[in-house]
Design a binder for this molecule. Sequence first.
Ligand code: FCB
Length: 479
Amino acid sequence: MTTREFPRDFLWGAAAAAYQIEGAVDADGRTASIWDTFVRVPGAILHGDDADVACEHYDRMPQDVALMKQLRLASYRFSTAWPRVCPDGGPVNRAGLDFYSRLTDELLAAGITPFLTLYHWDLPQALEDAGGWTNRDTAYRFLDYAMTVHDTLGDRVDSWTTHNEPWCAAFMGYTSGGHAPGRQEGVAGVVAAHHLLLGHGLFVEEFRRRGGTPDNGKSVGITLNPTVADPFDPTREADVEAARRLDGFHNRVFLDPLFHGKYADDLTRDTEGMLVEGKAWQDFVLAGDLELISQPLDFLGVNFYHGDVPAALPYDAEPGELLGSRIEHSPRPRESPYPGGGFVFPRTGRPTTDRDWEIDPDAFRRLLVRLKDTYGAPPIYITENGAMADDVVEDGAIHDVGRQQFIEQHLHAVLDAMDEGVEVAGYFVWSLMDNFEWSYGYSHRFGIVHVDYETQVRTPKDSALWYSEVALQNRLPVA
Ligand code: FCB
């Protein structure tokens, strides 16, 4: 059998996030995050689910780490919960921080490298009450919290990620309203994005000041979810324009400031006349911000699930013709996450996952190549990739062939990109286990390990067994 090899030190792991798995929302001094509030908003979450219990990971952590070891994962990507570590955005809560200290020790004892993310969307509600991410002060509160985590875990954790998908935190949270805090305030998403980036830059500066460099074995990066924006009809001017705008407010709004130290002019043109608190979003960008934001990074985290193929409105769609129409959504109305909106996503005919996301591994390859060619990206970790599936348990087993194929195809795309000179240092499957999938609640399963939410029993799916073997062999079979 022919195989394709990964580099010798390629890091294989699985990812999860605090709010999606921990539960124990009132334990040991934790206070509410914006998600604890949002899950109580009528219609915000499919079937009214909440994450009060989730996977009970807070109490089952040692067993979960043992499971990772059994699956021979070399690394675990997790996030620390701001409202556990600094309740209400205030001073340190030792009991909350201790959980992550114990998790780190448990991982290291199991030979698993901790890969830590500081912000996976759980802003303390008290800080949202003070304005949230549209308030510049939140970036400084983030720095305080992040350094609190760093002070305690910095001796044992080498890989630090500031934010997970700031696009979702900003544009789903403050423009579309589909995510917490559920605000639907147009260009406020851009202001939130800028302040998230500012918080990132403040942490990078302090991390370096304290000796955080690859020479000392320490690295810092950010995880984005960049997309590939292809016009639905490349011969239709309006679709080409829609793809440009989508690229602007999904990719370039983060990539340009991070890697080129500026925001592109077309973002300004596209948002003319749109105000936040009576000001244009550019007025929130102060002298020195872009220098902080564009400090060199040691790695870029990339989360990828699907590309995007927009068609400009007006577009006459038959029922069922638009992506997402084959799944049930939470009932609360949401706006387009793109300021000004103006486009939809028709089916292109590619196969979809059960989430009704089109499967396009070659878009993944193209994306990775673009990150190298246009942005000179540092080494890339694929920090999330995986598939939602309506899994069925048969005699205690889960034959999730579709998920396994999805991962396999995307790993080939990673290898293809590497053949074109992109440096990819590792891959984390999303997710270690089924969990609370934000506005889709528990109905959307992404785990390679199945969770029975009645009993909390974990069962590795076929994809987990397969993935474990690929990671161990460090190579993929070629069909
Ligand atoms: C990403 C999130 C992650 C998970 C996956 C499916 O946007 O970072 O928490 O919800 O999607």
